[in-house]
Design a protein around this ligand. Structure first.
Ligand code: ADP
Ligand code: MG
Length: 381
């Protein structure tokens, strides 16, 4: 087992700065835990105490029930992968040799370590053709992947990641985040991930530890609870103004009603008559949505304009099993203000109205408040 437990851990640097203040935290084996908070709140310091790059001033940290201050730091680190911003690669070594670093340290032959390294490269989505390049010959995103591959190469049960994606552009960052989620669904490691970005924390973590000024842990909870029930004013402020919107993605849209969808096939198009302000969803013969059309569009078709110029691009589609955020997105991103629910194969299935989504949100929240009050009164009896 590789749970990580902080008990009464504080860290004061020689200059008197208290970076971490009396931290009690139990990180479950196999969880993806994100340390989040503004800069200077002790996230990096807390993380570096896990692999003994730093020692606590007071308190103990144990892994799998073993006090780590009694384990050999070198051995300890062989079981803990570590990924940092800008990847921290050795510039004078090729990609494959960077990835093979830890297996070699562990005593694998260079040949076996390289073979293993190539397999890990596949796993993190790095083309084997890059193996003989040097880090400087790669893009920022590729370098980060090499960093992740290197940390995974010796198959450590624990992975520490300190702002690993903060320096790459937003598009690549989104890709790397998706990749991490995919990897974790296969690997089930104990991951501790540091970020200052609450969106990244919510996206990646199954548990979130919010750190505040002076290295005080403010809340340790599942993401939806951090959003819906911030434990302190600090957390409420940090989670911020988009909270209600983010929270939607944790709520089921199962009970949002599907209405009849006004559709028209491409063949029927020249024949239809629409009232002003009325929209129809244009679909192909498999009922796959093509876009929305209104009176202006129909006139365009009759005047011989191509379909592509007469149809307004549809909004985001609502997939089966989607959440309230996807439902609301589908409705408000649609030119007709009607969201389109589709089947697994992408065929139009029904209409979603924004007002239904908001009503569901209101109902679910009211229900939770009632539940909370009930428990509160029962507990205080
Ligand atoms: P975070 O990762 O949340 O930004 P850090 O753990 O890096 O926070 O830093 C926490 C606090 O400790 C900050 O006030 C920082 O300035 C201070 N600090 C970090 N490293 C040192 C050090 N080596 N010596 C003195 N103070 C430090
Ligand atoms: Mg930091």
């Amino acid at each position: 087992m590789s749970d990580i437990e902080f008990s009464g851990v504080s860290k004061t640097y020689p200059d008197g700065t208290t970076a971490v203040h009396h931290l009690d935290l139990n990180i479950e084996s196999g969880s993806f835990t994100v340390f989040v908070g503004p800069s200077g709140c002790g996230k990096t310091t807390s993380m570096r105490m896990i692999n003994r790059m730093l020692g606590p001033t007071t308190g103990t940290i144990s892994i799998g029930g073993q006090d780590i201050s009694r384990t050999d730091p070198v051995k300890l680190r062989l079981g803990i992968g570590y990924v940092i911003q800008n990847a921290g690669l050795l510039p004078h070594r090729t990609v494959v040799d960077n990835v093979a670093t830890v297996p070699v340290l562990r005593g694998a032959t260079r040949r076996a370590a390289r073979r293993e390294a190539l397999e890990v490269m596949d796993r993190v989505g790095l083309d084997r053709a890059l193996a003989q390049r040097y880090p400087a010959q790669l893009s920022g995103g590729q370098q980060q992947r090499v960093g992740v591959a290197r940390a995974l190469a010796a198959d450590p049960p624990i992975l520490l990641m300190d702002e690993p994606f903060s320096a790459v552009d937003p598009v690549v960052r989104t890709e790397l985040q998706a990749e991490m989620l995919r990897l974790q669904s296969e690997l089930h490691k104990t991951i501790v991930f540091v970020t200052h970005d609450i969106d990244e924390a919510i996206k990646l973590g199954d548990h979130i530890a919010v750190f505040g000024p002076g290295g005080h842990l403010q809340q340790y909870d599942e993401p939806q609870r951090v959003l819906s029930q911030p434990a302190t004013d600090f957390v409420a402020g940090f989670v911020g103004r988009d909270r209600g919107y983010r929270e939607l993605s944790f709520r089921t849209a199962e009970t949002v009603p599907l209405h009849d969808l006004p559709t028209v096939t491409v063949e029927e198009l020249p024949e239809i008559r629409l009232n002003k302000g009325e929209w129809r969803l244009v679909v192909d013969n498999a009922k796959i949505p093509i876009g929305w059309i209104d009176t202006t569009g129909v006139e365009g078709i009759r005047a011989g304009h191509p379909l592509s110029e007469s149809v307004a691009a549809g909004g985001s589609l609502f997939p089966p099993g989607g959440d309230l955020r996807q439902a609301l997105d589908a409705a408000i991103s649609s030119p007709s203000e009607i969201g389109v629910a589709v089947t697994d194969s992408g065929a139009a299935r029904g209409a979603i109205y924004a007002r239904d989504v908001l009503e569901q949100l209101h109902r679910q929240r009211t229900h939770e408040d009632t539940e909370r009050n009930r428990t509160f009164f029962e507990e205080s009896r």
